[in-house]
Design a protein around this ligand. Sequence first.
Ligand code: 4AD
Ligand code: MG
Length: 430
Amino acid sequence: MNWIYIEDIADFKDQEVEIRGWLYNKRSSGKARFLLVRDGTGILQGTLFSPERDHPLFKKFDSLTQESSLIVRGRVKEEKRAPGGFEIEIQDIEVLQIAKDYPITPKEHSTPFLMEHRHLWLRSRKQHAILQIRTELIKAIRDFFDGRGFRLMDTPILTPSACEGTTTLFETEYFDQKAYLSQSGQLYNEATAMAFGKVYCFGPTFRAEKSKTRRHLIEFWMVEPEVAFATLNDIIELGEDLVVSIIERILEKNKNELEVLERDTKPLERIKRPFPRITYDDAVQKIKKKDSKMEWGDDFGAPEETLLSEIFDLPVCVTHFPAKIKAFYMQPDPERSELSLGVDMIASEGYGEIIGGGQRIHDMNLLEQKIKEHKLPREAYEWYMDLRKYGSVPHSGFGLGIERTLAWICKTKHIRETIPFPRLLYKIYP
Ligand code: 4AD
Ligand code: MG
């Protein structure tokens, strides 16, 4: 018999097929038996009718427990009332393994319990929907950049130096040297941009961040475009286009998943270019009016980002930050050198910063001075300074955090649900 996936069921109307999966749920009433089988691509109803009380298939059916693995064979029937519009009239059930006492039952469980069982929790409907959107999100991002002629450049994970400040580095041994897990592919991307014009990297990044918030992961995925000759303004427009394009894609392709998540899609449907822009100076003014203790020169914390996102119903781009709260590589504002040409895009609905980026220093002497000011070991950055020695050009880029973006799109309470196996502060199990 033909093994098919549930997502393709509509192509097999009135045919005999085989579904391989796990028991999601079941119920009996008199001469009828109903089961829900899930195969990773969907959930399908199976039906069984017999006047014989001890029909052999009923016996098998009765032995099935939640998450038992099985193969169901039968005929596909259109059935308007069934979830998905199709069901299977069961002719045979083959039991592969009976699952005993599956720990995640339909009742409510505490989040610590579910996190302990993350390897199983992934099978639950909402978790499945979030990660299904994640795969589409990643595809949409790749399509966006590939469609615009960007070259994908994989940057290293083991690195000899810091990109985003030395306080959040994961140190490891590298034979007789020290190495750090990458915080960002940016510095390497600046080199590949000089070789390929416009590039992006897409990979895991690591921050030993001692902050326990709903927005921070220790290991997260970031897509980072870098464009030679681009200015701050160019890169903001690129970021807006990217965000609009991925939201459009998810709204088109993931209607079912958004419905499972009970996500109100109206705020997402509103998202069109251009996004509001505001300078750091103005943002601080607005935030102070909203009863915050923030002073000029402080970085935004989660409460400040939330206050800002309440003012706008689109994502907002904050620019011209004080240089001292930003990374060493940021190009200073030519009019006020204490500011840097950086941008943070703050998502709407209180989801915080999803993009961080800006224009990079392209002057050799200035870069040298900043490396010194930030007390970074010069020898680790010699290659990076070479980019300013040999054909230096203005250039800009940004990083978009996948999990932050997904948390916003899905409106999840906590970022930990947006990656299959989250790495959290002091938590590395499973
Ligand atoms: O603002 P960040 O630190 O910028 C950079 O790393 C730049 N080097 C990127 C570049 O210009 N190429 O990080 C960029 C984005 C943030 O806006 C956020 O979405 C995400 O990465 N991010 C995190 N996501 C989850 N957990 C964390 N701990 C994160 N830190 C940053
Ligand atoms: Mg940032």
